[in-house]
Design a protein around this ligand. Sequence first.
Ligand code: ARG
Length: 479
Amino acid sequence: MPKAKSTKSVKTPAKSPAHATPAKAWQARIGDAADPLAEKFVESISFDYRLAEHDIRGSLAHADMLCTKGMISVSDLAAIRKGLNSILDDIRSGTFEFDLKQEDIHMAVEAALIQRVGDPGRKLHTARSRNDQVALDIRLWCVAAIDRVAQLLTELQRAYVALARQDGGVVMPAYTHLQRAQPILFGHELLAYVEMFQRDRDRLADCRARTNISPLGSGAVGGSTLPIDRLQVARQLGMQDITANSLDSISDRDFVVEFAFALSMIAMHLSRWAEQWILYSSTEFDFIRIADQYTTGSSMMPQKRNPDMLELIRGRTGGVYGQLVALLTMLKGQPLAYNRDMQEDKRWLFAGFDSVELSLQIAAPIVKSAVIKPESIARRLDEGFLDATVLAEYLVRKSVPFRTAHQIVGSMVAYCEREGLTRLADIPREVMQSMSPKIDTDVRDVLGAGNVVAAYQSAGAGGIKQLSAQLKRWSKTLK
Ligand code: ARG
């Protein structure tokens, strides 16, 4: 957290006793007997200071509207603008003192404004409550955060596509149950992640549309009797619309949960990829090499190159899920409308965002600097009967029913295992023909992983034709 001023309250300009400013804006009703422990317990400024820029943006738009509607004068507006902009400058340069006594960022900014510009600052909160103010600020913060995550996802997608362009033609085994299944091109696997992250981006865009709506003007809970123009504020803030129900406006945190879910899904996708590459970089697989700077050594074993960054991407996923569950649970027991429970949303929201942002930031360079190991992959490509399915399909093309073909090829695999052969192509032709008279000399053209990837016909398959089409598509979409 930036500079914190712990105990002293903000000094205000001299005023008549009738409207002397208490330490806190609401203190006139409650009195001044603050327990430091209670203050510490209730404050959120230690984390919601991160809303500061959005809070000020919202206040600037609100003040403009108050002036348009004749509720404050042009000179009041000028003073408020000057004051808020100077606070913004101080926040950006790190010189603003966040006063813990002010509870939260909204009160801290308002108190600083009143301290700097005096009476005009006391008019800013006209027709506004912290309840609609904080709802607006979180929405604005989420929109910016969504855009940031979407940008990082795009960069990561580009990294996969670049690697797929460069080394995507390497033939590799695809797995089901972590057992060798069918051959595919490495590029096909890389583009699988691009698909996942595209859906994540789509989800974010969808969530953004529901988030970018202004609740400001809903007041504390029931609205305001003053002639405010909510739409003007929304438009000025680049928001799509205004919310329709004041009660819902101040108690709705659905968009936070949605964003938290989108973050959880991204974390899950990242974690699956991390796990895949942790396996691939092991001696057992040896399919890829993670660049040195994204590995660490061991304090005892001199030979080690551990994929710690990938492990931490995987390991932090639990924390991201945790924030989603915390948010859902925080909301589930709340009566309408605002309750202080809601203050906790930011804690989880920020934590989830920070974790995913960091993971995405490091994922792209890990992908960019990874080296695929074609020789090592090729060395064992003949193991695991990757071409068994294509042999069954060869028989289907010769009018053998698929189930029968499946059994015939199953017997051939069993024959290989009995005879100690690793490849179906090593079975003597007479033996093959004794198992199915439909086998001809052209069977040589379909066997082997390389032939399979050239022969894939179905849309979305892991073959050569499909990869080049998908690479074209992604290069265009991700430009
Ligand atoms: N810091 C509070 C929050 O984050 C702001 C709203 C406070 N409203 C209130 N009625 N106490 O939720």
